[in-house]
Design a protein around this ligand. Sequence first.
Ligand code: ADP
Ligand code: ASP
Ligand code: MG
Length: 462
Amino acid sequence: MTKVMKFGGSSVQDAEKIKHVCSIVIEESKKSKIAVVCSAMKGVTDLLLSSAKIAAEGKTGYKENVENLLSKQEKAVNELMSGNFAQEAVKHIKEKIIGELKNLLKGVELIKECSPRTLDLIASFGERLNNFLIASYLKSIGKKAAYIDSRSIIKTNKQYTKALVNYEESYKKIKEKLFKEEEIPVITGFIGSAEDGSTTTLGRNGSDFSASIIAAGINAEIIEIWTDVDGVLSADPRIVKNAFVIPEVSVEEAMELSYFGAKVIHPSTMIPAFEKDIPICIKNTLNPSAPGTMIVKNPKPHSSPITGIASVNDVSIINIVGGGMIGQPGFASKVFDIFAKNDINMIMISQASSEHTICIVCLTDDAKKALLLMQEDLSDELKSRAIEKFELKENFEIVSIIGENMIGTPGIAGKLFSTLGDNGINVYAIAQGSSERNISCVIKKEETEKAIKVIHKSFLGV
Ligand code: ADP
Ligand code: ASP
Ligand code: MG
C-alpha cells in the first residue's frame, strides 16, 4: 500500500511530539510505502508572519522572534539527537536556514516594505526548519529518510500567499523525484514555487492540500491527515463539548464543512484526492488507535438530518440599496466584476426578489476593501441615484448546517429558523446553495456560540 501521512503543527510542535510521530511513521513504514508531509511547529508560521510585519515597519523587534525560533530549534535538536548528528543539524539550521531568514528580514527592515512574494518566502521557513529536523532525526536513529523541499515538486502560479497549483507540472516532478531510493521522503507542506523559482504558499493551513497533491502525484491509495482531534466532528469541539466524530463523510460534505470554517481540513485538499479517487482519513496523533473519519465518494448514509455545523468568523454584510437597480440587466455583473478584478472573495450573495437590495457577505477586511472600490467604480450610479447607498454592517458570523441528508428533505430550513427564533437569535441573511447540502445564515457575532449549541442540540440531539 502506498500512503501519504500528513502531520499538522500541533502534532509536531516539540521534540517529544516529533518522537511520537516518528514512531507512528516507522511502524507504518514496515507495512506500507509512505511519504510524510509535515507542517511547521504550531505557532511558527504566525511568528514568521508577525516578524515580517514588524520588519516592514522598520522596527527591530523581529530579531527577538528569530532568536526565540533558533533556540526552540536548537532545544529540539538536542533533545532528539546527540554527537555528530546534533552538531551537523544545529550548524545547518543556524548558518543556512536561520542565516537566510535573518538576511531577508534585515532587507525588509531596511526597505520598510514586504511584498506578498517576500512574505511567502519568509513564511516558508517554518516548514523548512521542521521537516529538515524530522528527516535528520529519522536518519540519526538509523532510518532511511530524505528531506524534500516541496518547492522542487509543487509548481504554482505567482498568486503569492494563495498560489494556484499547476497539477500537470507538479505531478511530473513528484513522479520524477519521490521514491527513487528506498527511503522515506519527509516533505515540506504549505510551500511551492513558481516558474521563475520564487517561493509561493498554498494559503494558511495549506499543508493538508500539499499532502493531497503529492498523493495524487504518486497515485497513493490513501491520504492520512494526522491532527489533534479524533476526526471530523459534528461541530467545532471548542464550542460544542458534546460534538462527536462522524465516521464517514462525502467529499462534498467535507468541502462544504471546511469551506464554511471547519479548520480540521483545508477545503482544497479534496480536489486532487477526488480527481484520483483517493480516500482521505483524518486521524488523531494523540489517539492513533481511534478509527478517525473517512472522506469518501460514497459514504454510508447518516441517520441524522444534518451531518455537521460549521462557522466562519469575522464577516461583514454589504448592502447595496437602490431603486434604480430594478430590472437593470447586467447590474449585478458590474458589482461582481469589481470583486473579481480585485481578487476579493464573496462568501454569500443574495438579492431580494424586488431587486431593491443586493446583499454580499465577505470577511470583514475584504468587505471594507470592496466598499471603497465600489464607491469609486460605481460613482455614476450613485450620482444618478440608481444606487441610493452602500451599507456596511460589521461584527457578524456565518453559521452553516451541512449534510447529504438535507437534499430533498423538506422542513430543514424551517426547523433551523424556528430553533434560532425560539432562542431569540436574529438571522440577518440566508443562503442555500443549489446543491442543497448547505444552508447558511448570518447572525451577530456575539450570538454565534449559542446558535451553534442550540442547532446541535435541535438537529443532533446533544
Ligand atoms: P493541524 O495543526 O493538525 O493542521 P488544525 O488546528 O489546523 O490542526 O485543525 C484541527 C482543529 O480544528 C481541531 O483542534 C479543532 O479544534 C478544530 N475544528 C474546528 N471545527 C472542527 C470540526 N468540525 N471537526 C474537527 N475539528 C474541528
Ligand atoms: N504552517 C502553515 C500554517 O500555519 C500551513 C499548515 O500548518 O498547514 O498555515
Ligand atoms: Mg490544519
